[in-house]
Design a protein around this ligand. Sequence first.
Ligand SMILES: [Zn+2]
Length: 181
Amino acid sequence: MPHARTLACLMLATLLAVPAPAQAQHRHAGAHVHGSGKLDIAIEGNKLSIGLDSPADDILGFEHAPKTAAQKAKLEKAVARLKDAATIFKTPADAACNLIKAEAGLEQPDPKAAKPSEHADFTGAFEFECGAIAKLTSLDLGYFATFPGAGKLAITIVTTKAQTTREATKSKPRIDLKGLN
Ligand SMILES: [Zn+2]
């Protein structure tokens, strides 16, 4: 789990054969703004790949290793909910997408760092295989309803046809993919 974000970046970079933005690769958890996460979406062949990088505060309400039993339970529950990724990222039924990979976890700051960050990210990597990917015209984010601490997601979308950015919020949780795929 520790390298989920790195993997997502590598995956995108490989798919695209263009370099991922430097700040995405080297961004430290301290740079995040609570309430605001990032989502990378890649569509290639019959595969939908999603990388999530959110402030842990948005998902857990805390940004440190869980200390109490309640915090441990909260972390386990959050991981389980994210891994149930078809409810977090809802694809149109006629696109016939099946979840084939789901990883999620708390990225803890390096305790050996000279100045340990007070922030921590929650990351996830997800893959769906779709029977009719041309019908993948939208993605509805159950993310906001599941994690009330989350406010918005800055979204990067990369397909064989296009590269673009979007934003989704609690009040606008649908990502329109028409014409991109
Ligand atoms: Zn933070």
